[in-house]
Design a protein. Structure first.
Length: 238
């Protein structure tokens, strides 16, 4: 993303939804282009690459999941999927295909904008190679493998740091159970979610003010975990 207004591509076949989204994003300072089907969406993303894509799943020509798969063959632009499909399996599938986030219709514009900014920040940070992720009172120095709560350095095990590192690299966006298990424990452990629960519980004991009411490390029920940013939107806290 450059220093000018961020750009967003809206891919949705419902004109009313596109108007609603356009109004919200333009009021927030985005430049907006839109497409009413998957073919035009891919074409627009190719000809005028945006900083963010909002992608509906139920498109008239190509399913949104196929559009996402095609985009991911050549682009790492942040993509937030919109859908009325709310099943956990569907969310996991889309995230594994490369979606940065998933918002179920109906939704509030404020939440979508918050998630949009979080996705763009993560992408920008990854592109720039910024080694420090600051999330309120939590600071994660990825290069030096150091974690601080305010000015106090925390003592973390190797796996605890790896878990926090992966979440920090996707701060504001959900990371699935399967992705975390594969990255931390390796292939063949994608069903061992009890390992993950244990380490999340231990990590919350170290980074949360009240581990029973987490504000930093949030749960997306049945899907995965998310490190909260100040405006990353709502998430289920467990």
């Amino acid at each position: 993303m450059n220093n000018h207004a961020p750009s967003v591509l809206l891919v949705d076949d419902e004109a009313q939804i596109r108007r609603f989204l356009r109004a919200g994003f333009e009021m927030d300072g985005f430049s907006v282009q839109d497409a009413e089907n998957g073919t035009d969406g891919i074409k627009n993303a190719t000809m005028r690459p945006p900083d963010l894509i909002i992608l509906d799943l139920a498109l008239p020509d190509i399913d949104g999941s196929e559009v996402l798969s095609r985009l991911r063959t050549w682009s790492n632009v942040p993509v937030i999927v919109l859908s009325v499909r709310s099943s956990e399996d569907e969310k996991v599938k889309l995230l594994q295909l490369g979606a940065d986030d998933y918002v179920v219709k109906p939704f509030g514009m404020a939440e979508l904008l918050a998630r949009s900014h979080a996705a763009i920040r993560r992408h920008t940070r990854n592109q720039s190679g910024d080694p420090v992720v600051n999330l309120g009172r939590l600071s994660i120095d990825l290069a030096n493998r150091a974690v601080f709560i305010e000015s106090e350095r925390l003592s973390l095990t190797r796996k605890e740091f790896r878990l926090l590192q992966i979440l920090a690299q996707h701060a504001g966006n959900v990371v699935t159970h399967g992705q975390l298990l594969k990255e931390i424990w390796g292939a063949g452990h994608d069903q061992d979610s009890h390992y993950l629960r244990i380490f999340v519980r231990k990590l919350r004991q170290k980074i949360e003010v009240d581990p029973t009411q987490p504000k930093l490390l949030l749960t997306e029920l049945g899907v995965g975990y998310r490190l909260s940013t100040d405006d990353s939107g709502r998430a289920t806290q467990h």
